[in-house]
Design a binder for this molecule. Structure first.
Ligand code: FNR
Length: 181
């Protein structure tokens, strides 16, 4: 069984550590999952007026969420909350044609930060938002990655066996969560 996972990375910048982290997870997941990175950076800033003439990328993103077995959110924290990109994505896909694309979807959240607390508060806000979206987030483990030099190898894998095995257990729990929906 190969699970199809739609992936939202909450930072669109070149060199994003969260993009690197997502790709490290993709490699750890191996044959068990196929990651589909959603082009959320292409969505305009949400404005209800734009719903009259929907951005085509929105339909594309919503269809890819629909087609996925589960959704993985990998995001940094901005000012102790979700990034604007994350909130914009959540808002757009909760609206307009086809309705709320998140409803009943099984998902997981994780994130990386150079801060010691590894983006923990943003994930608490994220979990609060997920309630109204009816987005079913894996309760445990909570995954707060504190990024320091040497966390990833040059090839973008987790350098330590300890980190790799924790992240692999997270992916296994996520796979079970998605498969039992
Ligand atoms: C940050 N950063 C940050 N880090 C953190 O741990 N807690 C926070 O509240 C914030 N707040 C914050 C606000 C803004 C506007 C920026 C630009 C940055 C630092 C952040 O974790 C760091 O820039 C990461 O490298 C962002 O992740 P990406 O873009 O590398 O994936």
């Amino acid at each position: 069984l190969r699970l199809k996972i739609a992936v939202v990375v909450g930072s669109a910048r070149k060199g994003s550590i969260n993009q690197t982290y997502a790709e490290a997870l993709e490699k750890l997941a191996g044959e068990g999952m196929v990651f589909d990175y959603l082009p959320v950076g292409e969505l305009p800033l949400y404005n209800m007026d734009l719903e009259a003439d929907m951005p085509t990328v929105l339909g594309d993103i919503k269809a890819r969420i629909q087609a996925a077995d589960g959704v993985l959110f990998v995001s940094p924290e901005h000012n102790r909350s979700v990034t604007a990109l994350m909130k914009n994505t959540l808002d757009w896909c909760s609206r307009a044609s086809g309705g709320n694309a998140w409803a009943g979807k099984r998902a997981a959240v994780c994130g990386a930060s150079p801060g010691a607390r590894g983006a923990d508060l943003s994930q608490m806000h994220f979990r609060q938002i997920a309630v109204v979206l009816n987005l079913e987030i894996l309760p445990q483990p909570e995954v707060y990655v504190h990024v320091k030099d040497g966390l990833f190898t040059e090839a973008g894998d987790f350098a330590s066996e300890r980190d790799a095995s924790f992240q692999k257990r997270f992916l296994d729990r996520f796979a079970d969560w998605v498969a039992t929906a």
